[in-house]
Design a protein around this ligand. Structure first.
Ligand code: MLT
Length: 312
């Protein structure tokens, strides 16, 4: 009985590799942030953190897999505003209950969203883009990481605010969506700044506006849609969840390791260069994340209902 007691109290946790499910394709923003965190978290925990990409259903498939896993601390998911708030309203029958089916561990970062367009679209600023999109609405497409993902809802609320009825093309993550944007197969994408910025800097795509109210230090010259006269606010965040019923000693140990991970200078520098904002320590507690998920579900319900978009 001794080992069972030790593991329920978390004394020997972790004594084997831990899996971090990224509920989107490799190369996207959740994957990029997750791999940075996983590398350092593995050092802090003294056990490898294995990243597993499980895409589909706007992040719902990977999150559902973790909801159904054993709550022993060895399987976690890197959730987002999409997987743990927005999809709860967007889906008529959500794949899981974001509050009841998980144990919140730690909110890690806030990440702005940027509207980027294919580089051969014949517009060069926000006003030209909106005029062009209105004139060509029936022909235009926007890509996303799937129904219910942050990239999807960011473009949905933007399209609603700007009055653009545009066709949605879902992918398993914004990594593959960005590839098709670069290939000119879709017209625009509301991507996280962390993966959009390198492509903007390299000239592979054109930035149109940041969808947070304020500008980002990582792209200081890019105006916000709000500044341009379209009242919209879209962003994502990343947070770690275990399945429901995870023992408190394990949650506390994993939380402390994540706090340590996010304090690490190279982690902070790397994330800052990508435009992701590490949250303050008072927002990194499990209790904060539980309340935050609840308030984010409530906050997004009205704009999603107002958009008229729903997944049956
Ligand atoms: C999203 O919500 O759009 C995802 O985080 C994008 C991704 O990681 O592929």
């Amino acid at each position: 009985a001794a080992p069972a007691i030790a593991s329920a109290q978390g004394q020997d946790y972790p004594n084997r590799p831990v899996t971090m499910v990224i509920p989107f394709a490799a190369g996207g923003p959740t994957d990029v942030l997750g791999r940075i965190v996983a590398q350092r978290l593995g050092e802090v925990l003294g056990q490898q953190v294995v990243v597993e990409n499980v895409g589909g259903a706007g992040g719902g498939n990977g999150s559902q897999r973790v909801a159904n896993a054993a709550p022993d601390g060895y399987t976690m998911v890197l959730g987002t505003v999409g997987t743990h708030a927005q999809n709860q309203t967007l889906y008529k029958r959500p794949l899981y209950n974001a509050e009841g089916d998980f144990t919140p561990v730690a909110l890690l970062a806030d990440v702005p969203i940027v509207l980027v367009i294919r580089k051969d679209l014949p517009v060069s600023n926000y006003k030209e883009f909106v005029a062009y999109a209105k004139a060509n609405a029936g022909k235009m497409t926007f890509a996303s990481a799937g129904a219910g993902s942050a990239s999807h809802l960011a473009c949905v609320v933007f399209n609603t605010a700007a009055g653009l009825p545009v066709t949605h093309v879902p992918y398993r993550g914004t990594g593959p969506a960005m590839q098709d944007l670069q290939g000119g197969r879709v017209d625009y994408l509301c991507d996280m700044i962390s993966t959009a910025k390198p492509q903007i800097d390299g000239g592979a795509v054109k930035p149109i506006a940041i969808l947070t109210k304020d500008r980002s230090k990582a792209l200081p010259n890019l105006s916000s849609a709000t500044e341009e006269g379209t009242q919209v606010e879209a962003y994502t965040w990343n947070a770690i969840f275990l399945p429901k019923g995870a023992p408190k000693p394990i949650v506390d140990k994993l939380n402390a390791a994540l706090v340590e991970t996010m304090k690490t200078p190279w982690v902070q520098e790397r994330l800052a260069s990508l435009g992701a904002v590490v949250v303050s320590p008072d927002r990194m507690t499990p209790d904060y994340l539980a309340k935050f998920v609840k308030s984010e579900i409530e906050k997004w319900a009205a704009p999603i209902k107002a958009s008229g978009v729903q997944v049956e």
